[in-house]
Design a protein around this ligand. Sequence first.
Ligand SMILES: Cc1cc2nc3c(=O)[nH]c(=O)nc-3n(C[C@H](O)[C@H](O)[C@H](O)COP(=O)(O)O)c2cc1C
Length: 364
Amino acid sequence: MAEETKKRKADHIKICLERKAQARKATTGFENVHLIHKALPEVDRAKIDLSTTVLGYKFYAPIIVGAMTGGTEEATKINGAIAEAVEKLHLGMGVGSQRAAIEDKGLVKTFAIVRKKAPNAFLIANIGGVQLVHGYGAKEVKKAMDMINADALAIHLNALQEAVQPEGQTNFEVVLAKICEIARALKKPVIVKETGAGIAAEEARELEAAGVKGIDVGGCGGTSFAAVEYFRVEEEEKRFLADAFWDWGIPTAVSIVEVTQTVKMPVIASGGLRSGTDVAKALALDACLASVSQPVLSAAVKSAKETEKVLSCLIEELRNVMFLVGARGVKELAKVPVVITGTTAEWLTTRGFKLRGYARRGAT
Ligand SMILES: Cc1cc2nc3c(=O)[nH]c(=O)nc-3n(C[C@H](O)[C@H](O)[C@H](O)COP(=O)(O)O)c2cc1C
């Protein structure tokens, strides 16, 4: 079993690096989210403070690297590079699903490297919600947390991925009850994250009631796990489901609004965030952190320095947007006027969300 998991993880990395496993027609919706330029910003760009405190940790900037990998030699290198970069920049990161190392002690070092390289960064352990349905419990969670001395646990939801895989686990019955058990028993915060299909208001509400302390929307418009599975399957006749569901999901910008307007807990924006401007838009829609995966992966296979460069560019672009909208800090960014147009606005108003509040925030 561990061998199979290890091979699948290696395939994911290879595909995400070499193929275009990104949404094909779907978009994040950020193209319909507009920040209003402020001709009189009344802000000294040099004094802009990007720091923010989330789940008790002070981040230099509201950016983390999303869960990606572990379990192989290459994954050790990638995890090490990301960890070194986030330590230097005072950010945070998630590791990929730790299932392989929970089942094979020999693979623990492929994850443990992150705490070695990042003694102070915010580190997020990772297990699958579907694994909780299929036998995982407090013991396995403890192993995952201890492996990296984690600050939080992410439970990932990947129904789409499992549904398009020929060997996928598609029994998700009682997944919420299992998440609830873990969330209530664990002393550290539990974050529930999607992996590219987004989270709607209804599920956010249920997760809040279950005791979850953070939601990472993992919306549609960036990396598509249907696409990843499409490239993994060699037989043409087994690819049709992955092809059909390539662009399935709730666009990231929509999911952020659905979740932030529904629950009172930190919301992490992820899924197709590709620039500092995307990060700024996510924060202006009340997300408290932005998480980036695929663009960091391409840098992390090269080095920690390259990883740091990618993250620093995001930070500088974010700082520039904050200057241009007159936000001295991330709290002020959450109050700037935002206009939502097009299909993103239509989606949200049809679902009963109020959008005028965003546009009028800056009005006096
Ligand atoms: C190569 C790769 C492997 C991933 N593996 C995991 C995983 O093991 N667990 C998880 O929760 N998410 C995993 N993800 C999903 C990401 O955390 C993120 O939700 C998704 O990629 C969307 O972000 P992006 O568009 O910036 O890539 C993986 C993503 C990539 C690119």
